[in-house]
Design a protein around this ligand. Structure first.
Ligand code: NAP
Length: 282
């Protein structure tokens, strides 16, 4: 597996497996299949409710801990210095781990500065090898960077053919923040899997639309997470390192950008309030 080197020297696989929306009862099996398929980067979150199942699959896999790269995220309800530390301990216990490779602030709401101070401490103590954020638009990202000691190693953001984030990626590159894609298939929206441009490019390489999308992201130096509960799709989605898209094909995909989220308006007060008040525990 190819890796990228984060701004603190930690190496991260360029392609990983995410478990959002996998019910806890199915997660252990899904992660077990993903590990067999060769994934070593696993992405979960306290808010997904399946950290324990991820931990069980990791434990029973027998794969040495240092070969895995495990990410989880602190939810808005647990923002703030003390809360974030407690949330980290809870996540670590649920995962059955004694350190995380990457700990992220899940959403840019609540007391993110308090959370960040906690995370800087966890990072110094070696309990979180790298720390970062998710769903931060450039304004909030730059503000966080400019007023804190540690620059986030990663910003995990919605990135797919219909919302490509090239300007955001340029800004992050300048600030030494690695972009990581969530929702690379736009969860199938806009009929992504039957898109004619992506299908035509795939046909030229004997690859599926999913493989074209993942390859396009890897070639853009975007770390990417995909999710599937089906073993055959997990194998398909990791098989993207034996072909290369041409400059013309990259340009054809670039033309699909709409510049807008398909999921969430981070500037809509009602949406911000709804998310900010979503509780994941008592
Ligand atoms: P996604 O990867 O864009 O799409 C997943 C969907 O695509 C699933 O319905 C899956 O169905 C289907 N699929 C997967 N491979 C396929 C293939 N080869 N052919 C056809 N269909 C395929 O969506 P996502 O799960 O939202 O994003 C990936 C990961 O990013 C998440 O699991 C999570 O770890 C992370 N994420 C983070 C945030 C955040 O706020 N930080 C938000 C969303 C996601 P089946 O499962 O039925 O195969």
């Amino acid at each position: 597996m190819q890796t990228v080197t984060l701004n603190n020297g930690v190496r991260m696989p360029v392609l990983g497996f995410g478990v959002y929306q996998i019910p806890p009862g199915q997660t252990e099996q899904a992660v077990t299949h993903a590990l067999v398929a060769g994934y070593r980067l696993l992405d979960t979150a306290a808010a997904y409710g399946n950290e324990e199942a991820v931990g069980r699959a990791v434990k029973s896999s027998g794969i040495p801990r240092e070969e895995l790269f495990i990410t989880t995220k602190v939810w808005i309800q647990d923002a703030g210095e003390e809360n974030a530390r407690r949330a980290f301990d809870t996540s670590l216990r649920k995962l059955g781990l004694d350190y995380l490779d990457l700990y992220l602030i899940h959403q840019p709401y609540g007391d993110v500065y308090g959370s960040w101070r906690a995370m800087e401490g966890l990072n110094r103590e070696g309990r979180a090898k790298a720390i970062g954020v998710s769903n931060f638009y450039p304004d909030r990202l730059v503000d966080l960077i400019d007023h804190n000691e540690v620059t986030p190693a990663v910003n995990q953001i919605e990135t797919h053919p219909f919302f490509q984030r090239t300007a955001d990626q340029d800004l992050m590159r300048g600030r030494r923040v690695q972009i990581e894609s969530w929702g690379p298939f736009a969860e199938g929206r806009n009929n992504l899997f039957s898109h004619p441009v992506l299908g035509e490019i795939g046909a030229r390489h004997g690859k599926s639309v999913a493989q074209v999308v993942l390859r396009w992201l890897v070639q853009r130096q975007v770390v990417v997470l995909s999710k599937s509960v089906r073993a055959e799709r997990m194998a398909e989605n990791i098989d993207v390192f034996d072909f290369e898209l041409t400059d013309g094909q990259m340009a054809s995909i670039a033309a699909l950008d709409t510049g807008r989220s398909l999921f969430f308006d981070h500037w809509d007060p009602a949406a911000v309030s709804q998310l900010g008040n979503a509780r994941i525990h008592d």
